[in-house]
Design a protein around this ligand. Structure first.
Ligand code: CMC
Length: 429
């Protein structure tokens, strides 16, 4: 790591000395905060490719080496040894829980799994075919109306309670949205089950017959939730932080995160991958799909490929790829889409276009095949991502609210509109 302490920058005939922040891991960051005052210039960074927006102790990524760590623990170890709920505790609190701490956390999350009965009425207002992400966004946002007036989010205990409520209730809301879409009656979460099994029951159980849940399914989903739980300052987490910086209600902040996640360049990619694989249809069509993705005029990209930070491999994709074979094998499923995905990966990884641009499969490339094998419909894929990422979003919100340096996020712009001009009356235009 560089020991750079400051840099000098000359702009508008002035030289300004800028301090450099040295992170525990990763590249040094030049603090440009005093630049406008001292030089009259702002910086421009389209898409934040060169800008750190905050200090954070939650997640570390080394994109060149394919490293991902939550609170210092490598994702591979957490994937192998931990559970989603333990990871949620870790993200929120900074350390792995003791047995007693975990028991209390699990108890608290479990006790908050139920929704206010008004939610079942609220969901009826959505069209029968509403996209579950649209419903989730609205329903999570509506939590602000249940937990706002009597709540003081300056109180750390109330903040903790909001985090618990979100982790507990988002899966119940997700299941309710799914059931509304297919016209199934509401079922209540079964608190004798652990987190992921409880969610699967709330989603798939029907009153007319008991649900035989495969332990393979619960284990696979738990692992997918661990891998999706956090990813430092991605678009949706940055959105949560931007909204959070204004002092908005935490449920409103997380609802904004759901909205940002929905886009196909972000969490919506998992749904887009499966649709793409279905459209490609067979291994015979793989090369033409690769060629189309290379053609800038086609408007087509290989979904599930590429990442802003990972330029070597996405460690989550490596774990999911391995798991896909295992899950399909254990569930006795032979999905031809897996062959299409493998062939597509192989063709892209040896193609100069993808090699030169360092485009590798990302977390979303294989996850859809597993979701499909678990019986989760395509339009619910991004909702699965949102359930897991809620743990990350709310951990970032908690960190931000505890940060004495927190200030409202307010970027500037390069103005490209008209220069000053005089108003012209409508009959003279
Ligand atoms: N297929 C074809 N070309 C691509 C792809 C792709 N999937 N991704 C990037 N490129 C090209 C892009 O056209 C550009 O080429 P050139 O340098 O010739 O102009 C170059 O690679 C760099 O791309 P970029 O768009 O400038 O890179 P970015 O860091 O802004 O975007 C990305 C990252 C993930 C949005 C992008 O790779 C992409 O659109 N991937 C497909 C969608 C996807 O899988 N998203 C999930 C991301 S991981 C999970 C998550 O964040 O939720």
């Amino acid at each position: 790591m560089s020991d750079l302490k400051e840099v000098s920058l000359s702009a508008a005939d002035k030289t300004v000395v800028l301090p450099v922040h040295q992170p525990v891991l990763g590249q040094p960051c030049i603090d440009i905060g005093k630049l406008p005052k001292e030089t009259g210039c702002f910086t421009f960074d389209n898409g934040f490719t060169a800008t750190a927006s905050c200090k954070s102790a939650i997640t570390y990524i080394d994109g060149d080496e394919g490293v991902l760590m939550y609170r210092g623990y490598p994702i591979e170890q957490l994937a192998e040894k931990s559970s989603f709920l333990e990871v949620a505790y870790l993200l929120m609190n900074g350390d792995l829980p003791s047995k007693d701490e975990f028991a209390k956390f699990e108890h608290d999350v479990t006790k908050h799994s139920m929704l206010n009965e008004r939610f079942t009425q609220f969901v009826q207002g959505f069209r029968y075919d509403a996209h579950p992400m649209a419903m989730l966004m609205g329903m999570v946002g509506s939590m602000a109306s249940f937990y706002h007036n009597d709540h003081d989010y300056a109180d750390p205990e109330q903040r903790r309670l909001a985090a618990i409520r979100l982790i507990a209730k988002v899966p119940t809301i997700a299941a309710l949205c799914y059931r509304h879409r297919i016209g199934w009656p509401n079922v209540y979460p079964k608190n004798n089950l652990e987190y992921v099994s409880r969610f699967l029951h709330t989603m798939f159980e029907v009153p007319s017959e008991p649900l035989q849940l495969s332990p393979v399914a619960a284990k696979a989903l738990d692992l997918l939730f661990i891998l999706h739980a956090d990813h430092e300052q991605n678009a949706s987490t940055s959105t949560v932080r931007l909204v959070g910086s204004t002092g908005a209600n935490p449920y409103a902040c997380v609802s904004a995160g759901v909205a940002a996640l929905w886009g196909p360049a972000h969490g919506g990619a998992n749904e887009a991958v499966l649709k793409m694989l279905e459209e490609i249809g067979s291994t015979a069509n793989v090369q033409s799909a690769v060629d189309k993705a290379k053609d800038k005029n086609s408007g087509f990209r290989l979904m599930g490929f590429g990442h802003r930070v990972y330029k070597n491999f996405d460690p989550r994709a490596t774990i999911i790829r391995e798991m896909t074979y295992k899950v399909l094998n254990e569930l006795g499923i032979n999905d031809p889409l897996l062959d299409v995905a493998m062939k597509l990966e192989e063709a892209a990884l040896k193609d100069d276009y993808f090699v030169q641009r360092k485009l590798y499969p990302n977390v979303d490339f294989y996850s859809g095949i597993i979701y499909k094998a678990l019986g989760i419909p395509t339009e619910m894929f991004t909702v699965m991502f949102a359930i897991a990422r809620t743990a990350g979003w709310i951990s970032h919100w908690l960190e931000q609210q505890n940060d004495p340096d927190n200030k409202i996020g307010r970027p500037r712009q390069v103005y490209t509109g008209s220069a000053s001009r005089d108003y012209v009356a409508i009959d003279k235009r």
